[in-house]
Design a protein around this ligand. Structure first.
Ligand code: NDP
Length: 300
């Protein structure tokens, strides 16, 4: 039986709708407008696209969007001064520094300079610690989006065997913490994992966050498993014409969809959920900063 497709595009639109409702309520009841500041250093083309998209969607849900575009040779001291200014600005509830940063800037230092309550990417060491100890935190957007889709599809995922392939700080590790928080039995696989196919075959839930095009073939997937494909890889597509490319995930979609119970496509799966969760985190941060009950269903 073919897998059910988990439509991340539609789900992200629903999340944005919920965010917009909360934003309208915050304005009407508390005269508050959640504000998101995005800081971009340099002119990396992919980062510019992300930042544009974040700004546009922030405005569309009725929030305030501020963009700080800094020159590629901006000093660490100047960047830290801007973060300090944003930390003190009561109209800004979320601060996101677009990664990667140019090589001369210390990413850890910069991220840890953001006030944890405004760290809507959830990368600050305090938020990592809070998540790891099961306390209220700001949760990294991509794993949060994956969790929301899993909860939506399954209801409860308690007791399920989950494998996360990839152990990065932005996807793999926080994803594993979230699955553990929802009482899955979690295995984290990585480049040194022995017999990855067997590890994946045991899983009721497979989250692939590797960055290697179509590396997980369908015959690794346990029949009926749920597959969340985080990978975004651009590959050549000569069938579309000379020089053309297309996006694929870390999972071989056609063969995996033939065995899985449910699967996220690439594009249109996890990708759209990431910005939706960034908006959700900004509303959550605004509510927490003002002692207002935070929206249900928009965080872990
Ligand atoms: P990283 O490169 O930081 O991490 C990749 C992980 O994959 C590492 O832990 C690495 O293991 C592991 N890995 C590499 N090769 C293998 C292998 N052969 N077998 C098993 N594990 C392997 O990537 P990210 O976590 O930042 O991103 C992963 C993917 O997700 C990328 O395609 C990225 O574009 C995409 N992404 C998508 C987002 C979205 O919005 N949908 C957001 C963020 C990322 P080791 O640690 O041992 O080296």
């Amino acid at each position: 039986m073919a897998a059910e497709i988990i439509d991340g595009k539609a789900f992200a639109a629903k999340v944005r709708g919920q965010v917009a409702e909360h934003v309208a309520r915050l304005k009407a009841d508390h005269d508050l407008v959640p504000g998101l500041a995005v800081v971009l250093v340099g002119e990396d083309p992919a980062s510019q696209v992300y930042v544009r998209s974040k700004g546009k969607q922030t405005l569309e849900v009725g929030m305030k969007s501020v963009e700080h575009k800094l020159a590629v040779d901006t000093s660490e001291a100047d960047l830290l001064a801007l973060i300090d200014q944003l930390n003190r600005d009561d109209s800004i509830h979320g601060i996101l520094v677009q990664l990667p940063l140019p090589k001369h800037l210390d990413e850890d230092l910069v991220i840890n300079a953001i006030a944890p309550a405004k760290d809507v990417d959830g990368f600050h060491i305090s938020n990592v610690g809070l998540l790891g100890t099961g306390q209220k935190s700001m949760v990294p957007c991509t794993p949060l989006g994956c969790l929301m889709m899993l909860r939506d599809y399954h209801g409860s995922i308690s007791g399920m065997d989950a494998v996360v392939i990839g152990r990065s700080n932005i996807v793999g590790k926080p994803m594993a913490q979230l699955l553990l928080g929802d009482s899955c039995t979690v295995t984290i696989a990585h480049s040194r994992t022995k017999d990855l196919p067997e590890v994946v075959r045991r899983a009721d839930i497979v989250v692939a966050a590797v960055g290697r095009p179509e590396m997980v073939p369908g015959d690794w997937i346990k029949p009926g498993a749920t597959v969340i494909d985080v990978g975004i890889n651009r590959i050549d597509a000569p069938e579309k014409g000379a020089g053309k490319t297309r996006l694929v995930g870390d999972v071989h979609y056609e063969s995996a969809a033939a065995r899985a119970g449910a699967i996220t496509p690439v594009p249109g799966g996890v990708g759209p959920m990431t910005i939706a969760c960034l908006l959700a985190n900004t509303v959550t941060a605004c509510c927490r900063a003002n002692g207002i009950a935070e929206p249900e269903g928009l965080t872990a």
